[in-house]
Ligand binder design. Structure first.
Ligand code: PXP
Length: 236
């Protein structure tokens, strides 16, 4: 199981004081040295954490895979086509949200997304779509030409203890459907050291994208140790 480390909140700390530190590029290097298989950043329209300059520098420095989370807006498509991350993950974006609040509805927006995916693929960027654990959305992702899906584990993470198994099974079923479609299967959102186990045990998921929990631990124990401790749970 691969681990993609989302380092957005390293930039959140920097932006809290509009200071030059902490440097997200340094965090990316340390995460890679500890064994991360990829680095994810979300360049939001409001630039609340990552800045364009971060994405440009990370593209030059990241040695594994740079995954750019982005809304499917003309501004972001232009940036992606120019900077050329290894992968782009299309996500919905609401200005007031604290974090991404749900999957992209690839079924309702199929016509527009097909064009966006084609533009990104023509630029040599592998395209993933962040979707809810719903077989119709998996089918929709395949139909718009995405190469990968990231299944939203937010509802699993937020569920009460007695509803967790049901949400985990929905993620597993969506992952299996996606693998059957030949899609690369990723999952993420809300995963922590405490709740990652049952999701990491789903055999058709190839990669987990984890951000807040790793950065929160890294503040206390350092990025390399935080990444190694998560990797150990993915191997368990
Ligand atoms: N995947 C997607 C699509 C996201 O938007 C985020 C949050 O930016 C994550 C994964 C990581 O979520 P978390 O920070 O809760 O681990």
């Amino acid at each position: 199981m691969r681990l993609g480390v989302n380092i957005d909140h390293v930039a959140t700390v920097r932006q809290a004081r509009l200071a030059p530190e902490p440097e997200p590029v340094a965090a990316a290097v340390l995460a890679e040295l500890a064994g991360a298989h990829g680095i994810t950043v979300h360049l939001r329209g409001d630039r609340r954490h990552m800045q364009e300059r971060d994405v440009e520098l990370l593209r030059q420095v990241v040695a594994t895979k740079l995954n750019l989370e982005m809304a499917a807006t003309p501004e972001m498509i232009d940036i992606a086509v120019r900077v050329k991350p290894h992968q782009a993950t299309l996500v919905p974006e609401q200005p007031e949200e604290l974090t991404t609040t749900g999957g992209l509805d690839v079924v309702s927006h199929a016509a527009a997304l097909r064009i966006v995916v084609r533009s990104l693929r023509t630029a040599g960027i592998g395209t993933s779509v962040f979707i809810d654990a719903d077989p119709a959305q998996v089918q929709g992702a395949a139909e718009v030409g995405a190469e990968a899906v990231e299944i939203n584990t937010g509802p699993y993470a937020d569920a009460a203890e007695n509803a967790r198994a049901e949400h985990r099974d929905q993620v597993a079923a969506a992952a299996e459907a996606a693998a059957e479609q030949g899609l690369d299967v990723l999952a993420g959102h809300g995963l922590t050291y405490q709740n990652v186990g049952p999701i990491a045990a789903i055999p058709t998921i190839a990669e987990l994208n984890i951000g807040h929990s790793i950065v929160a631990r890294a503040v206390l124990v350092g990025m390399e140790r935080a990444v190694r401790e998560m990797l150990a749970l993915l191997r368990a």
